[in-house]
Design a binder for this molecule. Sequence first.
Ligand code: DGJ
Length: 566
Amino acid sequence: MNTQFTPGDRWLDTAGQPIQAHGGALLRHDNAWYWYGEDKSAHINSKVTTVTGVSCYRSTDLLNWEDCGLCLAAEPDSASPLHGSKIVERPKVLFNARTGKFVMWIHLDASSYSFSHAGIAVADRPEGPFKLIRVQRSFAYDYGYPADDPRRQRELGNAFLDMNLFLDDDGHAYVFHVSENLLTLYISQLSDDFTDYRRPEKLGVTWNRALVNRLREGPAPFKHDGHYYLFTSGCTFWDPNATLLARAPHPLGPWENLGDPFIGPGAIHSHRSQPTSVFAMPGAPAGSFVFMADRWTPRELRDTRHIWLPFVMREGTTTLDFRRQWDASIFNPKPAPTAPALRGALRYTNSVFNPVGVRLEWQQMPGADGYRVYADGVAAGFTDDTFLELPLPLPGVNQAYTVRAEALAGGQSPDSNAVILRFGKPRPCHLSDCEPVRSLTGFGELVKDRAWDGEALRLCDRDYAKALLAHIDSDFVYLLGGAYARFTATIGLHAHRPGGQAYFSVEADGRDLFRSELLSATGQPVVLDLPIVGVRRLRLRAWNPETIGSGHAIWADPVIHPSLTA
Ligand code: DGJ
């Protein structure tokens, strides 16, 4: 019997087998839950995604799942879009009360991801069998199809990739799916029987484009208190990246970006997970939800782990925090815990001269289910354990750390005592040798000193040995504790990957110190020399409201100096 959710552990079904329901979602029907997902049990140490089919599991407590078998199985006919050599991803199912049918939508593709169609299948029972009744593209919308468009969007209609379904309280259903060579998300109302788009389709009325040119996937929509919310991932194949939360007054938009719901060291890769769906926790107070995600293991997708994290909506937004273990009682209202006593020290591995990080510890507090650590007042990490390791502060910075005990459904304690840690003296240092307290990029991780492919980081015709490369839209915060006086850097777009354009800005304690024009790889790099005397928070951003495509922003020789003349 499973009694706790243990995100990232192997989750066994009632027969003792690992649950194979990836890229999935839940459906509640007749007092039972059905979990549909990709069965990747055939993917063993291989580069090819072998399709077995769509799995269906049943549960009444959300913890213990009985395998109902494949509800849509791969087909032996090599011409079938369900043939084992193809791609069958992100299945979702709704029950249609008008027709009494269960309707599945799926992303069907060729192994090269060039087919990119929606599959629609129906069944009389939640466990299936589902029968594929339609295979189709999305609407044709000429967003400026690339000349060599591998997905033949002019001919076939726009592409259909990562997807989700959303059933609104008024009975209208929507399909969210990735399109336009992955750049843009489409949201379309479904026909009354849920087996097609609502037709005739009309942009802005029955369907819409959202997060345009933002390259987001893994859409996980939900509704709370009259607003619509959407988690998405970035688009880095099977590799994890940062999650973003968006909000809209209507499923068709307009969608406003609320930022990264994760904080701390694991945020940039969402604790190695990618969103797939959200469901409201039954029996819990309004605003209690579960984030469902996948921790993919690309070489062996059958070993992909399920990451379910509880979250609570507050004041129109939320945070997502990784927990090792939890159960539904976490949503029971309770008082805020009292503050723990914090201890901390620099952490060393090989040499007492070279600290590698900091370790903060406290005691377990009654009623607490997590602890949020702050560095100079900025949320720097979360854990449900009684310690947290963080990167080193910048040299010479007296870093003040505090912790607050939290109850997910009860709020936070006051701040603990502050622990101040410092190593070394302020000295000129490259930011590519330091860790930001917050970091976000539009595509993958922050890259330091060498490009992801090993190439030198280049602005115009000059290579830099020390530089930060951040795919837009990127946003980094460094804690300087007032110990530095001057920031110098040379900025522009990576000349080895030209094509992108970006604005850059430098903010100090919320004030604009610098804002660039729109820079490109062909223009001259811009040299910065900015006073930062007394500054505690240095924020570096690069963005482009038009598109994040090819936006490889470089901060070359990004150095903080302890004095104005250094
Ligand atoms: C990321 C998507 O979210 C997954 O569903 C899958 O299509 C992988 N990319 C394939 O690389």
